[in-house]
Ligand binder design. Sequence first.
Ligand SMILES: [Zn+2]
Length: 123
Amino acid sequence: MESKDNEFFRRELLALKEEVLRDAETTADVGAIKVKSEDLPDVVDRSSMETDRNFTLRLLDRERKLLKKIDEALARIENGEFGMCETCGEDIGRERLAARPVATLCIGCKQAQEEAQDQQEKA
Ligand SMILES: [Zn+2]
């Protein structure tokens, strides 16, 4: 990966990170309102609120995981490993990285991984 590409992806990743953090804040706010309204003595609605809260927590969990991936990608840019497939060591490819800058696998390895997961789910 050329250094100008590194700089491009570093900026992409930082922008993505800001976006995720903003989303996470919004999600957390919604979650806070839900938790508050749970104090209401309406038992009937409690289970649906519980579900909403679980949904919020799941969303935040997903955002946390994505933030971790972004940080890892930024670290790979720092140590010059960005854009290299974790499995086969080949170039992931600029086009794929532009669509998904946190990708750690080339398209071939990604497909192989997904097929393996499919097999596991069917088993
Ligand atoms: Zn690969």
